[in-house]
Design a protein around this ligand. Structure first.
Ligand code: G6P
Length: 470
């Protein structure tokens, strides 16, 4: 049977540039994120990935990555500042995350966003063989579906939003809201992480554009656009295999020893982002130490922070605040040679080390104020092959709608957060393993392959262009 060609379009290509000590430059598969999410599906198809390398002013010829053709879209320094740092990450990102920080609006950023989206649409149109399926990802590229439809009416077009999609009251702030909605409506299927995002989108199509809507379908220019929820996931089998490796088990024991063999290790792993609730978590921990409900000799907190979007003002301020809070906790509660919080700031955390940290952690704290999904929560669950470990999870992470056996918290409610953390630290092994078993069962049945397959099957149904074979 002939397989359908697939073109993935995302802001980032799934490779990072590395420079060896001898100065040789190489492109390596990037860890985590969308790459690992799509990899199992991609290598069975004739696939091309269209995206940016992460480096400005270059568009190198790249070698195939495990059978996937890579096609680089260039971004200039100005594009980077106005499209990526500006419109994508200073306007859309905060607005879509419940305006956790004040979104910034500049007309020239919008001009760049349009220009760069057109460039991606043109690259996708060139890369797609006749009747291909084109799957566009995330908030950076919301205009691409309609632009691509104009250029290539023969292709099947899917869009998936990895971050939350906000309610009408927030979305309506956007000065160019209609253009963004019509951009997305160029797709045959618009996918979201959960039902809330999907509902918000159909409501906006009706309320702002006045289109006929019968959830989950929207009619636009005589076409029907399908809307749906497809919770993203991880490669469970791969994470489990990694967590079982001898070197990971040994490293986990070593970490415990290096931390002074505490009774409990609490772990946080986040990109340094103001949506992640890192400050709330640290504050709750400080108060527990100060109330004497948690003692430094028994419990240690490890916070891994991955720097992100470092030139954007909101991010710089956050980093300072987090580091000040860590300093304050260690100043007040640490002793010589014994830190209360171990703060590890790292650009690219080795996956083996991460798996060892997951295995060493008795409690994993994931407390975002808003998060599309949070795949770290699922990675933690997958790595707990011995069915132990407690997951504290914010109700405002997409993952909370699935991992209902986690210890769910409202990260804004500091007292609730403190009580839940204490409850986890004191929970019996029976309760902990019962919850973990249920969560593991869920992630196993809903792994990333299931995610991609269910999205692509729905896209096939929605597009009416004949059976999709991948
Ligand atoms: C979120 C977004 C991704 C993005 C990632 C890292 O998960 O949904 O699209 O790639 O953050 O952010 P960055 O700005 O470094 O690509």
């Amino acid at each position: 049977m002939r397989r359908n060609a697939l073109v993935v379009v995302a802001n980032r290509l799934p490779v990072d540039e590395t420079v060896a000590p001898d100065g040789v430059r190489e492109w390596r598969r990037s860890p985590g994120g969308l790459v690992s999410a799509l990899h199992p599906t991609l290598h069975h198809t004739q696939a091309t990935w269209v995206g940016w390398t992460g480096v400005t002013d270059v568009a190198p010829e790249l070698p195939d990555l495990a059978g996937v053709r890579l096609r680089a879209v260039p971004l200039s320094k100005l594009d980077f500042e106005e499209y990526y740092e500006g419109f994508a990450n200073s306007t859309l990102w905060p607005l879509y995350h419940d305006a956790t920080e004040q979104p910034v609006y500049h007309r020239r950023w919008w001009e760049s966003y349009q220009r760069v989206n057109r460039r991606f649409a043109e690259a996708a149109a060139e890369a797609a063989p006749p009747n291909a399926t084109v799957w566009i990802h995330d908030y950076h590229l919301q205009l691409v579906p309609a632009m691509l439809r104009g250029l290539r009416p023969d292709v099947r077009i899917g869009f998936f939003m990895h971050i939350p999609f906000p309610p009408a009251e927030l979305f309506m702030q956007l000065p160019r809201r209609n253009d963004l909605l019509y951009g997305l409506l160029g797709a045959d299927l618009v996918g979201f992480q959960d039902q809330y995002g999907a509902r918000n989108f159909t409501q906006l199509a009706s309320r702002v554009l006045g289109l006929p809507v019968r959830h989950p379908e929207i009619e636009v220019n005589g076409r029907v656009v399908r809307v749906g929820a497809f919770p993203n996931s991880i490669d469970m089998a791969d994470m489990e295999a990694l967590a079982r490796r001898d070197e990971v088990v040994r490293r986990a024991a070593q970490i415990r020893e290096d931390l002074g063999n505490p009774e409990k290790i609490i772990l946080g792993v986040d990109r340094l982002d103001y949506t992640k609730g890192i400050e709330q978590r640290l504050k709750a921990y400080r108060e527990l130490l100060s109330d004497g409900r948690v003692k430094v000799q028994d419990t240690v907190m490890v916070q891994v922070a991955v720097p992100s979007r470092e030139r954007v003002e909101h991010y710089r301020i956050l980093r300072d605040r987090v580091e000040r809070e860590v300093g304050r906790i260690n100043g007040e509660f640490g002793r010589v040679g014994v830190a209360a919080v171990h703060y590890l700031i790292n650009q690219s955390f080795d996956r083996t080390e991460l798996a060892a940290l997951y295995r060493a952690a008795d409690v994993m704290m994931i407390t975002p104020l808003r998060d599309g999904m949070n795949l770290v929560a699922k990675e933690y669950v997958a790595s707990r092959v011995d069915v132990t470990g407690a997951l504290v999870l914010s109700e405002f992470a997409g993952a909370a709608t699935e991992l209902t056996d986690a210890y769910l918290v409202n990260p804004h409610d500091l007292d609730g957060l403190k009580d839940t953390l204490v409850r986890c630290l004191e929970a019996g092994t029976g309760d902990i393993s019962r919850r973990m078993r249920m969560m593991r069962r869920h992630v196993r049945a809903h792994d990333v392959r299931a995610w991609a397959q269910s999205y692509l099957a729905a896209l096939h149904d929605a597009s009416g262009l004949g059976r999709l074979v991948l």
